[in-house]
Design a protein around this ligand. Structure first.
Ligand SMILES: Cc1ncc(COP(=O)(O)O)c(C=O)c1O
Length: 391
């Protein structure tokens, strides 16, 4: 039987990146001694009031169909949170509730770029971006934020990549995997280009709650007709399994997104929406809990890896990931990932999954139990020392 051309566009690197992770997870499920540092899933329970609200709503029978863009009060709560963070005067008409930031990226991509269009994505980039941005037929053009610039953008390279077919600029701030937060100057350069070339600016702010004070510089208030802000509760509130995310953008985009959500989701579960609204009502406490958890473990990991010959850590501005430059060990990020797992059963992610700039790096998620991190440090040290001895 034949499949559509779409299936070819979604079977890219994004899927391959997780090979070791899935192998490790299966081994863990079999009860084997593996340490999983390959995925950004904080080792923290969801906030208690959120759990209680979901259970209460389930018991109350909140298990029926719901409106495609999300319940009005939840959209208002998301709009209020966005207003407070960015200063952009939005209301519920600017918001649609979707199944996580990933779903919001997918919907946005399909709504703003089609066959023959180009979308620019800043690299390093989250491995799901290529498939997500190209699924509708657009071409994703990578523009590097080079390692030697500390993964900061190069406005000239960005400008050089713009063609008459360019529709949008996609980026994550804080970035996954580098943890770099785009500065006011970076955003001013992006804003200028967006204005001059009438481009959409899609800001994936899924880690913004983990930035200092829970906010990042944003262009949303300055370019309200062009900026789409994407976020979720996955990271900031430690709620990845709830699939609770959204986009905030111009009302016409939300109308198109609603039509798409109607085809795709037909409304998200009511009890999850109520729990999401509760999560937003306890954001300050929920976010500072995850932020602190991550900051303590980042420092712990940095201290533990300090002095291991051949490893150089890139200190992130925010988030839950550490990029380790492994080039001096003589291995690529991919080989380091495979060998570390084979010999020590520690699962990290090949930096190459995020693009060429990080191919000599591995990404380690530190949002996990401290005892596990301690073990991981011991194993990583042993692994690297073995490499050095073999030389
Ligand atoms: C940069 C980035 N965007 C989006 C997502 C997806 O987030 P969500 O769980 O809200 O779909 C992730 C998840 O790791 C991410 O790292």
């Amino acid at each position: 039987m034949q499949y559509s051309s779409l299936v070819g566009r979604i079977a890219g690197d994004g899927a391959d990146a997780w090979v070791i992770h899935y192998t490790a997870r299966q081994a863990q499920e079999r009860g084997e001694d593996v340490i999983l540092l390959s995925v950004g899933d904080p080792d923290l329970d969801s906030p208690t009031p959120v759990l209680e609200r979901a259970i209460e709503r389930l018991r109350a029978g909140d298990t029926h169909y719901t409106p495609a863009p999300g319940r009005q009060h939840l959209r208002e709560a998301i709009a209020a949170a966005h207003r407070a963070r960015t200063g952009q005067p939005v209301d519920a008409a600017n918001v649609i509730f979707l199944a996580g930031a990933q779903n919001a990226l997918f919907v946005t991509s399909l709504c703003i770029a089609g066959p023959g269009d180009e979308v620019i994505a800043l690299e390093p980039l989250y491995p799901s971006y290529p498939a997500t941005l190209e699924v509708g037929g657009a071409n994703m053009v990578r523009v590097a934020a080079p390692a030697e610039r500390g993964f900061r953008i190069d406005p000239a390279a960005l400008e050089a990549a713009i063609t008459p077919r360019t529709r949008a600029l996609f980026f994550a701030t804080p970035n996954n995997p580098s943890g770099v937060i785009l500065s006011d100057d970076d955003l001013a350069a992006i804003g200028n280009l967006a204005r001059r070339h009438s481009l959409w600016v899609v800001a994936d702010e899924v880690y913004a709650g983990l930035a200092p004070d829970g906010r990042v510089p944003s262009l949303a208030a300055e370019l309200p007709e062009q900026v789409v802000t994407i976020s979720s509760l996955s990271k900031s509130h430690s709620m990845p399994g709830w699939r609770a995310g959204w986009l905030v953008g111009p009302p016409q985009l939300v109308i198109h997104a609603e039509a798409m959500a109607q085809c795709m989701l037909f409304g998200l579960p009511g009890f999850i929406q109520e729990a999401a609204a509760t999560a937003l009502s306890v954001s300050d406490a929920a976010e500072s809990r995850v932020r602190e958890y991550c900051a303590v473990r980042r420092d712990f990991l940095l201290a533990g890896l300090d002095g291991i010959p051949g490893l150089k850590c890139f200190v992130p501005d925010a988030g839950m990931f550490l990029l380790i430059d492994v080039r001096a060990t003589g291995l690529s990020g991919y080989d380091f990932m495979c060998e570390l797992y084979r010999t020590e059963r520690v699962s990290v992610l090949d930096g190459g999954a995020f693009g060429k700039e990080t191919s000599g790096f591995v990404r380690v998620c530190f949002a996990t139990d401290e005892a596990l991190l301690r073990q991981a440090i011991v194993r990583i040290r042993r692994f690297v020392e073995t490499l050095v001895r073999q030389e």
